[in-house]
Write a protein that binds this ligand. Structure first.
Ligand code: YOG
Length: 134
């Protein structure tokens, strides 16, 4: 049985989100707002199909995918760069590779106890976010 990421997850903490946003070229004013946000994640997992909704008081972002199936991602409301994304399992970790203009771009999700972890990668920057089950 694979891990079940389904549920509602509330933001707990993050580190180096600023570095990640700088690597994505997010402007100063947007970074100042974004670093204060406490986003919520709602994840629906049905077999190999996932939807991840990230919501905040400033912007929302949603993505849907099937494990192993490449899809076009528009990153609308984030950095707005298009990329080709694919998500696979690495053991109990969900690993997304986002191929496009930015090197080494992607993210990973995993669960520890009642906490959801998200590692965001872009170029030489790594940011980690922690969420707790609502
Ligand atoms: O999640 O890709 O769960 O999509 C990354 C923000 C901030 C907007 C958030 C809005 C990147 C301004 C999504 C934050 C910084 C800053 C709430 C992370 C870009 C712009 C939407 C993400 C994956 C994995 C699923």
């Amino acid at each position: 049985m694979p891990v079940d990421f389904s549920g509602t997850w509330n933001f707990v903490s993050s580190d180096n989100f600023e570095g990640y946003m700088l690597a994505l070229g997010i402007d100063f004013a947007t970074r100042k707002i974004a670093k204060l946000l406490k986003p919520k994640k709602v994840i629906e997992q049905d077999g190999d199909s996932f939807s991840i909704h990230t919501t905040s008081t400033f912007r929302n972002y949603s993505v849907q995918f099937k494990i192993g199936e490449e899809f076009e991602e528009d990153n609308k409301g984030l950095d707005n760069r298009k990329c080709k994304s694919v998500v696979t399992w690495d053991g109990d970790k969900l690993v997304c590779v986002q191929t496009g203009e930015k090197k080494n771009r992607g993210w990973s999700h995993w669960i520890e106890g009642d906490e959801l972890y998200l590692e965001l990668r872009c170029e030489d920057q790594v940011s980690q976010q922690v969420f707790k089950r609502a």
